[in-house]
Design a protein around this ligand. Structure first.
Ligand code: ZN
Length: 687
């Protein structure tokens, strides 16, 4: 592992700056820490709130991520207040957390890491703790201690696995006192601790020791085929992705039986090498690499014993998936029952990682971030298993330890603090014609309400730009843009496949793409008529058909909202191609509602009128509609405003509000309905 310390960059920094610099270097190495794992600290002479000098432990706050850590994420703990704790015999986690809250130099600082006392009790100024893959690969075998001694002689202290907390902190301090010649410590099945008089010293020592472990493991694993031969004939990239796109909604639906989830798909080479091997079924069922990995991957992934023929037969695949998932969830409930205490909540029994030979893995989470974290962590689990099997037999924690971490009161407390989920959380929405106008406005409203967004539109660049804007505001991965021509069956299928690969399935379709061609019928050319039918009728059919197929495969309901128009209820002169094609859309919506109510699929319509915002009306349409009404173009907006009962201007945001209500569970008992968003037009009252 490369030592990235650059004195030119670091030397000018103050001590806290050096701690931040060091932590970011650690955070940048995924094989050291992932997603909030690990922690660092530095003891610094500071002044207290009255200006008196005091020694302060700057230690990573709980939950912050080292790769992007800032000075404010390091809580200040007064050393004077914590050192006396070493004399205590024991202390519960709750007691320790409450105690530490009193020792903060700034009472509003984040809660300090659960490993704070461990950092405080080490006498050296700087302490680094990581969950390095290579260290865990060294310890997580049937010959772990021997491998550590083999690799490092006796220069490193080892401590048997113990859950983080007061007792571990005390044991670490005692062990260091007993072996003053050592300058690092390995926590079995957990990670590495190094220390030094400066941030640079403890960092460099950490990197050196990790490198030594990497070299040791590489030497022992040289020439060995760890995962054995492939148990399945590999598919081409194209075949594999086509199969994954086809099977993803089945997996998502099955995993969402208790709580809806989002899927993340991974077919990177390291993952395929593992899942395709004959040994994956056994190696994957041993357990997690470290306690903090467990929180994102559960104790075991679900391994689906699929072969070439089941992968090409979705019905057969689903039968196997369902029976293996039943077994998985029952066995999870049994495990919880074996260890549960009365106050434990019932966590979702569904797996977080699903392995499918030939395909890769799917990870599941309540949102795309959680699913991505699980994916990243499982990739490293595979690396640890590979390296561990190179020198021994991979081992994990005992079941009671697994349960103690998974149902750790402090973790459960964190879950209970999470804000209530937004109305469209755990939902995936496809919006056709989403790059502009009403579609874009709905995308914005839905993203703000927790939905993942798939923006489909004719122009790929426009889709990508609209999706980028949403991800900037709502987080990485929360929106994607897909080029789609709704009139082209193959284009629709291609985009739908990309969508299921990206998120696993679909919950909401906003069938919105439309065109408005004008002209009196006796003057209308065939091309305009056919184009109107292609987009406003066939386009809705093609996209809705694919959406319903996905909804039925997932088996967790579904929601389609058609953006229709007031013209289907009150047709307008010189708007024949538009009104007639839109009428087909409305009947399509009604038939879909009738055919799919039994599957919990709701289909509703919105009839907006005269939405001028968001550049919806081209100058030509404006001119033509003004002519049809016998007024000047400049008065058009005013004309439409005045002709409705409420005498209001209708905006794209007004339409989005109606769409939000129809898409959320607040309208759970409504299907086949039309909501007019037109300020009130008596000739267009639905009846
Ligand atoms: Zn740790």
């Amino acid at each position: 592992m490369l030592n990235r310390w650059n004195r030119q960059e670091a030397d000018g920094l103050d001590p806290l700056g050096q701690l931040v610099y060091q932590s970011r270097l650690i955070g940048a190495e995924e094989s050291l820490v992932l997603w909030g794992g690990g922690n660092t600290s530095l003891k610094i002479e500071e002044s207290d709130f009255r200006g008196r000098p005091c020694l302060v432990l700057r230690v990573k706050g709980s939950g912050s991520d080292m790769k992007s850590i800032e000075p404010r994420h390091f809580s200040g703990v007064r050393m004077d207040d914590v050192l006396n704790l070493r004399d205590r015999e024991d202390m519960s986690d709750e007691e320790m957390v409450a105690y530490l809250a009193h020792t903060l130099t700034d009472p509003t600082a984040p809660r300090p890491s659960i490993e704070t006392l461990l950092h405080a009790f080490v006498k050296a100024a700087s302490v680094v703790h990581s969950h390095a893959d290579s260290i865990v690969a060294l310890t997580n075998t049937d010959c772990g201690v021997k491998s550590v001694i083999d690799c490092y002689n006796d220069s490193i202290i080892t401590i048997p696995y113990l859950r983080p907390g007061f007792r571990l902190s005390k044991e670490v301090a005692d062990a260091i006192d007993q072996s003053p010649h050592c300058d690092a410590l390995i926590l079995m099945n957990h990670g590495l601790i190094t220390w030094g008089e400066s941030s640079e010293e403890s960092y460099s020592r950490h990197i050196n020791l990790v490198t030594q472990a990497e070299n040791y493991l590489a030497e022992l694993g040289r020439g060995k085929t760890v995962f054995g031969t492939s148990g399945i004939s590999p598919l081409s990239d194209e075949q594999r992705r086509a199969a994954a796109a086809r099977l993803a909604p089945l997996v998502r639906g099955a995993l969402s039986r208790n709580e809806r989830c989002i899927l993340c798909y991974d077919d990177s080479p390291g993952v395929l090498d593992f899942v395709n091997s004959k040994r994956a079924s056994q190696l994957s069922q041993i357990g997690p690499a470290t306690p903090d990995h467990l929180l994102h991957t559960k104790q075991f992934p679900l391994y689906i014993a699929a072969n070439e023929s089941t992968l090409s037969d979705p019905k057969r695949f689903f039968e196997i998936l369902k029976s293996q998932l039943d077994r998985y969830e029952n066995s999870y409930r049994d495990y919880v029952e074996r260890h549960r205490s009365a106050s434990d909540p019932q966590l979702n029994p569904a797996p977080r990682v699903v392995l499918v030979p030939g395909i890769g893995i799917w990870t599941a989470g309540k949102d795309i971030r959680a699913a991505t974290i699980s994916r990243d962590i499982y990739r490293h689990t595979i690396q640890v298993i590979r390296a561990a099997e190179g020198h021994g037999a991979y081992r994990s924690l005992a079941e009671d330890e697994i349960h103690a971490v998974e149902y750790w009161p402090l973790e459960l407390y964190k879950l209970s603090l999470a804000p209530p989920e937004k109305p469209l959380a755990r939902r995936i929405a496809l919006i056709t014609g989403g790059a502009g106008g009403i579609g874009r406005s709905i995308a914005e409203t839905f993203a703000a309400n927790g939905s993942l967004i798939v923006i489909a539109d004719l122009n790929e660049t426009d889709c990508a730009a609209a999706a980028n804007e949403l991800t900037k505001r709502y987080g990485s991965g929360t929106a994607i843009g897909l080029a789609m021509d709704v009139t082209d069956e193959q284009s629709v299928k291609r985009a739908i496949n990309q969508l299921t690969l990206a998120y696993g399935g679909l919950d909401i379709l906003i069938s919105n793409a439309g065109i408005a061609r004008t002209g009196r019928i006796d003057e209308l050319n065939l091309e305009d008529w056919e184009q109107s039918l292609a987009v406003n009728a066939t386009g809705h059919f093609l996209v809705a058909r694919e959406a319903v197929r996905i909804f039925r495969e997932q088996g967790i309901g579904g929601n389609i909202i058609f953006n229709v128009t007031k013209n289907v209820l009150a047709a307008g002169a010189e708007f024949g191609a538009y009104s007639a094609s839109k009428a087909a859309e409305m009947q399509l919506a009604r038939v879909l509602a009738i055919e799919n109510g039994q599957y919990g699929i709701r289909v509703n319509m919105i009839n907006p009128d005269a939405v001028f915002s968001a550049g919806l009306w081209s100058p030509e349409i404006k001119a033509q509609r003004a002519k049809a009404q016998g007024i000047e173009v400049a008065y058009l907006e005013e004309y439409y405003r005045k002709r409705n009962l409420l005498q209001v201007k209708v905006t794209a945001e007004d339409v989005s509000e109606a769409a939000l209500w129809l898409a959320s569970d607040r309208s759970a008992k409504t299907t086949g309905c039309i909501i007019p968003v037109d300020g009130g037009l008596r000739e267009a009252f639905p009846r």
